[in-house]
Write a protein that binds this ligand. Sequence first.
Ligand SMILES: Cc1ncc(C[n+]2csc(CCOP(=O)(O)OP(=O)(O)O)c2C)c(N)n1
Length: 672
Amino acid sequence: MDIAALRTAHPDHWMKATAIRTLTLDAVAAANSGHSGMPMGMADVATVLFEKHLKFDPKAPEWPDRDRFILSAGHGSMLLYSLMYLTGYEDMPLEQIKDFRQWGARTAGHPEFGHARGIETTTGPLGQGIANSVGFAIAEEIQRATWGKKIIDHHTYVMAGDGCLMEGVSQEAIALAGMQKLSHLIVFWDNNNITIDGTVDIADITNQPMRFEASGWHVQSIDGHDPEAIDAAITAAKNDPRPSMIACKTHIALGHAAQDTSKGHGALTNADQLKAAKEAYGAPMGDFEVAADALKQWAEIGARGATAHKEWHDRFNALSANKQAEFKRIYAGEAPKRLSATIRALKKQISEGAPSVATRKSSEMTLEVINPIMQETIGGSADLTGSNNTLTKDMGTFHPDTRKGRYIYYGVREHGMAAAMNGMALHGGARAYGGTFMCFTDYARGAMRLSALMGVPTTYVMTHDSIGLGEDGPTHQPVEHLAMLRATPNMNVFRPADTVETAEAWEIALTSQKTPSVLALTRQNLPTVRTEHKNKNMVAQGAYVLADAEGKRQAILLATGSEVSIAMEARDLLQAEGIGTRVVSMPCWELFEEQEESYRKRVLPGGPVRVAIEAGIRFGWDRWLFGERGKREKSGFIGMHGFGASAPAERLYKEFGITAEDTAAKVKSLIK
Ligand SMILES: Cc1ncc(C[n+]2csc(CCOP(=O)(O)OP(=O)(O)O)c2C)c(N)n1
């Protein structure tokens, strides 16, 4: 690459892009780790985007109508950090750049949502950013339709590398975005032909432009180092009614000895090579030094958005007081005041009527009362709407012709769905929920983990939560999934026992600010176990005494979801024999763990025999059986010990020994 020619062709542009390149080189050298090549290759695209197109105000990183910039190739984090520093984000002073990848710094190895205001999403697991961006763009479309262009009208820009496009989730995202005609979504593909193992063609020969075109995208191919071409392509992309992909032919680690090699992907720390690169760029030689003129121009770029931001406020202030309050409430992620009364009314009605329904149906009954009072909910399912019971009457379908619709047919794309849900939550003004079969949490897992890591309150409606689904057999019967989800930090896993618990779980999910929720729901009908109405949200305590022992307390049965009613039957059997038995419903372990010791002790006192009943594997249960004052020799587990089988549910419960009789027998064997 002829660096001298690039320098002279657009000197002003060159110096600005150079600042990104040298800051990256210096930060990576100081940390002695990181990824230099991607920021160096995409510096020109980023410079033009920020200078000429991106609507942003570094003084107000949460301005709702800002453009979103998603660095899907998260390993190139120094690109984002450099841009934030140069344009004047308060959370990104030079010290942060100098502290790249160090303990306590906001400049983590990969961009982490919540570390510095202005980082829109956590990226690093390749493919997630581009898949998030579809959710960002959907939220923008819905809100533009709902609030009008004066209030919401912005773009989502994404930088994705070869790695992002190789990941399967990108296909789900691209296909969904193309079908939905997300015209405000613009993806830059860093077409540098390099990954870690070598050139891309050792593993992939996909014609990426054709691939995007095949899914309904507008595609352009440009020289990613030509500022005029970049500018023109972005303008064309903005004017096209389809989502846009701009294939940017770039050189990884431009201007460095490692340019165009896979060595250039990683940490370029050799001092002589670093010096030579700076010389070739015509950059100042000091560590972290940026030419004064470039600094000034970058500061001007950072100041450019203040006017647009102010004008937006003027338009916002012209809205009625009610509308302003509603907008602010939704963007603060606060549930409406009416929510708890609405949930209470439903609980009372259910406790009185005591219907026998599947908890997936209970969830639908709850959504039927929630969705009309929470315009911010965006629901959907990965092609299992009728099974997940996620659609309610008033929602409308989100479609290119009906942008106000709040229900999304995600297609058979669990991972893409979960990643899009993250994007909606991160965009703001949206509460996303989505459904699939519980077993396919595996498929969605990459994005679910990021919900938890980022602390975004998405809700996963996972139905068909055990062998109780019956005939579909072991491929569809989750056994280890509860354990896997419970092992995930910052994730509330709810397994409600009936409609009342389901409504309570939904209330917690919809008022959560920083924790995603999983609702594990049944296919099969369950009796109502909460027949006595209580205003209090019992699920919020995680576990509680559903039925206490009569007479001397000799046994405690701990159960979740569909096995709570089995525990209640077992209690009847045991009480009939004079064995005082308490039943503890444990719909959410995580919330129980958060309770005071004194409460936990009241629910799980030491002494009695303990038997846990759950149609999943035992992993994790020992905490409640042996811990919390329990004893190994006085505890037992009724549940699954391997995969399930294909048969009617009742037969499966019998064959796998998950019945009231088995439970009673286990208790008696332990009491002896
Ligand atoms: C899901 C996932 N798998 C693997 C990695 C490790 N990884 C980081 S960057 C990278 C290569 C990416 O290549 P490309 O997107 O072309 O980036 P470039 O080499 O251009 O910087 C890999 C495999 C990752 N971050 N995420």
